[in-house]
Write a protein that binds this ligand. Structure first.
Ligand code: ATP
Ligand code: MG
Length: 245
């Protein structure tokens, strides 16, 4: 990360790519994560590499959902762990959420490497290693979750999530928050709160909103949640990508 000059016009994008490469080298990120990163990068370029106002509103609504939840869980995969490990620990701290490792290509080595990496970045308790429950209607490996984690959660944040899992979680009746730069991907399409933004910007901004709302009463949090319009958020992001405004 030190090697990229900060005044480079594509600094953030290069930094992101570099983090994914490091993740692959460390055994945290699957090689397929590099392709996912490339797709995300293209959408971010078209969005102007900034948090658009509708994404900020989604991030605020997501923070309110997490604060209202009885049992919020933040799901971590290989790209999330490589890009924002400390930021996810901060968001967990600000909202009282649990962190749970959940992989598309699950191996015991990667599960352990990611849990260790998160702890090195300040995470206290990391779930996902028990895998003592299953998400219904998903194939065996991808269905594995912790019973006292994602399985029982009422609100889940699933960044950069695969469409099948996002749908299966939605079918379980959970309130689902998705971070995904492609507004047309199935995951944001099924989410209660689709956040079309780079996870690098989205997570710290959610934490800022959560800290700002820490003393808000339940009525105010409910109002923020109710005011959020998911269709509008998806449409606005798509317009921005297609038309540039
Ligand atoms: P599918 O149609 O199966 O959902 P996909 O192209 O969405 O395919 P996935 O691997 O399922 O591929 O999902 C990766 C998603 O994550 C992509 O939509 C990509 O745009 C998004 N993405 C990648 N990097 C980031 C990032 N840094 N921040 C936010 N979203 C990202
Ligand atoms: Mg997708």
């Amino acid at each position: 990360e030190e090697e990229i000059p900060e005044d480079h016009p594509r600094y953030q994008d290069l930094l992101t790519r570099h983090r994914i490469e490091n993740g692959v080298e460390k055994g945290i990120t699957h090689l397929q994560g590099m392709h996912a990163e490339g797709r995300g990068s293209a959408f971010d370029y078209l969005l102007g590499e900034e948090t658009i106002p509708s994404a900020d509103a989604a991030e605020r609504a997501a923070a309110a959902h997490l604060l209202l939840a009885d049992h919020p869980v933040l799901s971590i995969n290989g790209n999330v762990a490589a890009l924002v490990p400390g930021e996810m620990a901060d968001l967990a701290d600000a909202t009282g959420a649990d962190l749970e490792v959940n992989l598309f290509n699950r191996t015991p080595e990667r599960m352990q490497a990611i849990a260790d990496h998160l702890r090195e970045h300040g995470a206290e308790d990391v779930k996902g290693l028990e895998a003592d429950a299953r998400i219904p209607n998903l194939d065996h490996q991808r269905a594995k979750v912790d019973e006292n984690g994602i399985y029982e959660a009422d609100v889940v944040l699933v960044p950069l999530e695969d469409g099948d899992r996002a749908e299966a979680l939605e079918e379980m009746g959970k309130t689902e928050i998705v971070i995904d730069l492609n507004p047309l991907s199935r995951s944001p399409q099924v989410a209660d709160v689709p956040i079309v933004d780079n996870i690098i910007r989205a997570v710290p901004n959610m934490t800022d909103h959560a800290r700002e709302l820490a003393d808000a009463d339940e009525e105010m949090l409910r109002e923020i949640v109710d005011e959020f319009d998911r269709e509008r958020a998806l449409e606005t992001a798509e317009e921005r990508i297609r038309n540039g405004f």
